[in-house]
Design a protein around this ligand. Structure first.
Ligand SMILES: *Cc1c(COP(=O)(O)O)cnc(C)c1O
Length: 419
């Protein structure tokens, strides 16, 4: 299966007709416990690696099938699934880092990860340094600057990074980190395994929120970590079995079902997003569009090298109007979108068949999530302005998405929330 094309792997990896019934679609095994043929131990330590199914937190056939499918797409030796993307992220950080170690993390990323790194990990004696990882000189300086006495164990990257779609060169950053004996984790949720495969570029671990593109339908939370077999076995024992954030078999089944169409969905998301990005970039109500597939993206050249398409995520900064500055206009538009959009849902999350839009205010993000120095905050403001709309382009017809956004943008530009 590993040599098959990516569409074939998305459908067939991790599954086979059920030997008991011949069922073509895989069954869901929901049992939390498994009958054993002979008395076994009562701790996970009592079992060899090739253990039978014993208890649902230690392993489940439906979850195993999903892990095999994700690993096949990521070109990873192994994968471990978790109850959510944050459970996966927390597991990998807590199992790699100990008191006295240092984490270097990109200064802009998903707020849950940013807050975990800045607000929780320091309580356990873990040093945290933030860096603009899109700037390789700044990254090298951060690796050299390591906190006195600390061991830089982990470099955490997110690319494209939420919410400004900033990219990091995974291959170059991994080379720098490895020269300093640090392991590289990439949160590749926005790219999915279809657009970028970080392990093939030198990263040590890949994290995904399965809730997003991989599941793809907005109906199941999940997360996954991919990496080397021994590292994944250690993660399963240390972080999954003992911290307990296991994925439910029902969610694993839904997510694996969604994955069959992931390669086609990513192409369709990317094509529609490219069309909407071009439309918004030419729109008088829009000051700036951030989309890796646009030539105006500051790292468009890296996007073309590192991503096989631009992806389904874009952000745009509203233009000021005669009546309102960009912040006031953003707030006004946010309410207008929430009230008036017919197709696009005003909602958080991303990667679903339905298009989603959400207003994100810059100063709130800086205060609550990022807590950057003056230069880092300025870099974020330069990209995000006073605030931006993050848009997850779904699988609807691009012209319908454009028309829906246009109707509200035009009405708000004329000073009435009509439509
Ligand atoms: C959503 C998201 C997460 C967290 O995933 P959950 O499944 O919501 O816990 C982590 N990273 C990125 C980039 C995300 O978009």
């Amino acid at each position: 299966m590993r040599d098959a094309g990516i569409a074939t792997r998305a459908i067939h990896a991790g599954e086979a007709p059920d030997p008991a019934t011949g069922a073509s679609a895989p069954p869901i095994v929901t049992s939390t416990t498994f009958v054993t043929e002979r008395p076994e131990g009562f701790s996970i330590h009592a079992f060899a690696e090739e253990k039978p199914y014993i208890y649902g937190r230690w392993g489940n056939p439906t979850v195993d099938a999903l892990e095999a499918k994700v690993a096949a797409l990521e070109e990873a030796p192994a994968a471990v699934a978790f109850a959510s993307g944050m459970a996966a992220s927390a597991a990998v950080l807590l199992s790699l880092l100990s008191a006295g170690d240092e984490l270097i993390i990109s200064e802009i990323n998903y707020p849950g990860t940013a807050e975990l790194a800045r607000q929780t990990l320091p309580r356990f004696g873990i040093h945290v340094q933030t860096v603009d990882s899109s700037d390789l000189e700044a990254l090298e300086a951060a690796l050299q600057r390591r906190t006195a006495g600390a061991d830089t164990r982990v470099l955490w990257l997110e690319t494209p990074a939420n919410p400004i779609l900033r990219l990091t060169d995974i291959e170059a950053a991994s080379q720098l980190a490895h020269a300093h004996d640090a392991l590289v984790v990439v949160d590749s949720t926005f790219a999915s395994p279809i657009l970028t495969r970080p392990l093939t570029l030198g990263a040590d671990f890949v994290v995904h929120s399965l809730t997003k593109y991989i599941g793809g339908h907005g109906d199941a939370l999940g997360g996954v970590v991919c990496g080397a077999s021994d590292a994944m076995a250690a993660l399963r024992q240390d972080a999954l079995i003992h911290q307990g954030g296991v994925l439910s078999p029902f969610n694993a089944w839904l997510i694996a079902r969604g994955m069959a169409t992931l390669p086609m969905r990513m192409q369709a998301h990317s094509a529609a997003a490219a069309a909407v990005a071009a439309f918004l970039e030419a729109h008088p109500a829009v000051a700036r569009v951030l989309y890796p597939g646009l030539p105006s993206h500051p790292q468009h050249e890296l996007a073309q090298r590192q991503m096989s398409a631009g992806g389904g995520m874009l952000a745009f900064v509203p233009a000021a109007t005669a009546q309102r500055d960009p912040l006031a206009q953003g707030r006004y538009l946010a309410q207008a979108f929430a009230d008036r959009l017919a197709i696009v849902h005003y909602a958080v999350s991303l990667g679903h068949q339905r298009s989603l839009i959400y207003w994100i205010e810059t100063e709130a993000m800086l205060r609550d999530s990022y807590q950057l120095d003056a230069a880092g905050a300025q870099r974020f403001r330069d990209a995000a302005g006073a605030g931006l709309f993050r848009v997850s382009i779904g699988l609807e017809d691009a012209q319908d998405i454009c028309a829906d956004l246009d109707r509200v943008l035009r009405a708000a530009g004329e000073g009435r929330a009509g439509g």
